[in-house]
Design a binder for this molecule. Structure first.
Ligand code: PEP
Ligand code: MN
Length: 283
């Protein structure tokens, strides 16, 4: 794996690279700032399950400290099988997110996997999530870049920082003005539990801040995949200087249609959000 060289900074990632004397440049998306003085929390379910539920979750997470709502209408699920209890809603999920967004005046970030839904996503949400699995889908990055829409760019679980910033560079090169990076865990041969799928690379946060001006947040949910680990990693993310988190929150986590192992209850989310505010003050 190649490290980031001086020549990369000037030739390969000039738009994403930090210039001398600079630090993180804050970006504001639908009124929500990333990379400024606040620790910005994005929260919501893994997948949008119903209109009623996403509207309820939007209100609950906003009340408890979230500045943006997450929720997948399109999910990169590991297996092709779907059922009444394991599903993604697709296009209609985008419309439900929009209802939640308007009802509670909270901006929305949601994943795009196929460019054919780009326009519809842009009508119904505020930020495009490029998921881990599509980080180097260069034709998707190009089209998303051309849209100029804000992007949350997740790190591929096998990616170097160099490749990750290369993907961010595509977005910036083709026209995105607001790009936020998201560390979401990388693969490692051994983890603490069989169910813990990824290792969170918290060191990536200060490492990125040494080479790039892009804000960076952490996903403690999809990385640990284990509810009991989530608050610890979220607090750690704040401790290492991340600009925020994106976290799964669900009214009945164990009944969540996708990823029932990692979502927090509203109450656990409240406790965590309060602690994060205190840690951020110290930092
Ligand atoms: C998600 O955030 O819903 C998701 C699938 O994340 P990742 O791409 O990091 O696995
Ligand atoms: Mn999920």
């Amino acid at each position: 794996m190649k490290d980031i060289s001086k020549s990369d900074l000037t030739n390969n990632i000039p738009l994403a690279a930090l210039k001398e004397g600079e630090s993180t440049k804050p970006v504001t998306i639908a009124g929500v700032e990333f990379g400024g003085s606040d620790f910005t929390i994005i929260a919501g379910p893994c997948t949008v399950e119903s209109e009623e539920q996403i509207v309820e979750i939007a209100g609950e997470v906003k009340k408890r400290g979230a500045k943006m709502l997450r929720g997948g209408a399109f999910k990169p699920l590991s297996f092709p099988y779907r059922s009444d209890s394991f599903f993604e809603l697709g296009e209609v999920g985008l419309e439900y997110l929009n209802t939640a967004r308007k009802t509670h005046k909270i901006p929305v970030v949601t994943e795009l996997m196929d460019v054919k839904y780009l326009d519809k996503l842009c009508e119904n949400a505020d930020m495009i999530q490029i998921g881990s699995r599509n980080m180097q889908n260069f034709s998707l990055l190009e089209e998303v870049g051309r849209s100029g829409f804000p992007v949350l760019l997740k790190r591929h679980f096998g990616s170097s920082l160099r490749d990750w910033l290369g993907a961010a560079e595509y977005l910036l090169y083709y026209g995105c003005k607001e790009v936020v990076l998201c560390e979401r865990g990388i693969t490692a041969p051994h983890t603490h539990l069989k169910t813990s799928r990824f290792i969170v690379d918290l060191q990536a946060v200060p490492a990125i801040k040494e080479v790039s001006h892009l804000p960076i947040i952490v996903d403690p949910s999809h990385s640990t995949f284990q509810r009991s680990f989530v608050p610890h990693i979220a607090l750690g993310a704040c401790g290492v200087g991340a600009d925020g988190i994106i976290i799964d929150v669900h009214p009945t986590p164990e009944k969540a249609a996708v990823d029932p192992l990692n979502a927090l209850t509203y109450e656990n989310f409240s406790v965590l959000a309060e602690k994060l505010t205190k840690i951020k003050e110290v930092i």
